[in-house]
Design a binder for this molecule. Structure first.
Ligand SMILES: [Mg+2]
Length: 357
């Protein structure tokens, strides 16, 4: 672990100690900061909470048959399940449920508990990423959670944090802390941690934004600032290692490409592999092209190729968080594996975060 990452681990642990015990949220006294006094922008509906989790699952299930395939962007690709197991979900959604249920069972994002549940998950997980599997192997051998993460900026950390964005939608401090804690057992690369915090922020922002007030440029700039705060490094791109960029700067480029030729935007600029410097901006691009039409967002993501299921899961999470589950394609949604469990998790997260007085 680098010194920089070690310092970050200590910082997030220090913040973690400020987490109020389960059941006490919003009931603090005597000047203690409580959720009800922080950053309240609007009151998200339960439909938005369901939309974030189910939209992500739908993207995962639609994209899974295409994972790892290089598609031509100009291929027509209707929004439908392909393959012999329609609706099958993969690691993205399976780990999202783990995170949701840790928040609900423990009251906080406990990285020790996540480490335990990941060791169980790896025995049945679908589409397991290499960095995650290697980290879980280290956890199983006794390496502590804060030292086990792989030095990888793959998608594995960002893909599971939507429940943290929901549970901590109005509390940036807790959201940032818990997103980082959620990332670290498997990923300790600063960009992977930054990507998890960015995704949690994205979900929190969208569920609290009235659809008619959504401003794509402002949304992206806010997320880019979060990325800058967590990992401002300018790193070589895979597409052209002579070219360097940061996660925040790459996201800032997205609005300019929204109306550009899609094939050129993806094939020649953003790419869409299992690397958050590619996948997260590409998912944002899919979302910003049709922010109020989840079906079109998902169709766009299916055309992207490479790490299709995760890009579609990111994009579906964003679209569902803004529009709600009621705006997702119902005939497809009802085929998604674990739909009832995701719905129950979303309802419980909403009850814990919004529903209580
Ligand atoms: Mg997957």
């Amino acid at each position: 672990m680098s010194d920089g990452t070690r310092i970050r681990a200590l910082e997030v642990l220090e913040l973690h100690t400020a987490v109020p015990p389960a059941g006490k949220v919003g009931r603090g006294k005597g000047g203690r900061r409580t959720e009800s006094r922080r950053e309240t922008k609007g009151r998200p509906s339960e439909d938005r909470f369901r939309g974030a989790l189910l939209g992500g699952a739908l993207g995962d299930a639609l994209g899974l048959p295409y994972e790892g395939r290089v598609l031509r962007y100009d291929e027509a690709r209707p929004l439908q399940f392909v393959g012999h197991r329609p609706g099958r979900i993969s690691d993205d959604t399976q780990q999202t449920m783990l995170v949701a249920e840790i928040l609900l069972d423990c009251g906080v994002m406990d990285p020790v508990e996540l480490s335990v549940r990941l060791q169980d998950w790896v025995t049945f997980g679908v589409g397991k990423g290499r960095a995650t599997v290697e980290a879980i192997r280290r956890l199983a051998s006794g390496v502590p959670w804060h030292a086990a993460g792989s030095p990888s900026a793959g998608n594995g950390a960002a893909m599971r944090v939507a429940p943290i964005g929901l549970r901590r939608w109005r509390d940036r401090s807790l959201r940032w802390t818990e997103a980082a804690l959620c990332a670290m057992p498997t990923h300790h690369d600063p960009m992977a941690i930054a990507s998890a915090v960015v995704m949690a922020d994205a979900v929190a922002s969208l569920v609290a934004t009235a659809p008619e007030d959504f401003d794509g440029r402002r949304f992206v700039e806010d997320l880019a600032r979060t990325a800058d705060a967590w990992d401002p490094r300018q790193l070589p791109e895979r597409r052209d290692p002579a070219s360097r960029t940061s996660l925040g700067d790459r996201m800032r480029e997205v609005p300019a490409y929204v109306d550009a030729d899609p094939a050129a935007a993806i094939r020649d600029h953003f790419w869409s592999g299992a690397f958050v410097l590619e996948s997260l901006p590409t998912a944002l691009w899919c979302f910003l092209r049709h922010p109020h039409d989840p079906g079109e967002v998902l169709r766009e993501a299916l055309l992207v190729g490479h790490d299709t299921d995760t890009v579609a899961s990111f994009a579906g999470t964003l679209a569902g968080a803004l529009s709600g589950a009621s705006q997702l394609p119902a005939s497809l949604l009802e085929q998604v594996e674990e739909g009832d469990r995701l719905t129950a998790d979303a309802q419980r997260l909403w009850q814990a975060s919004v529903g209580e007085p």
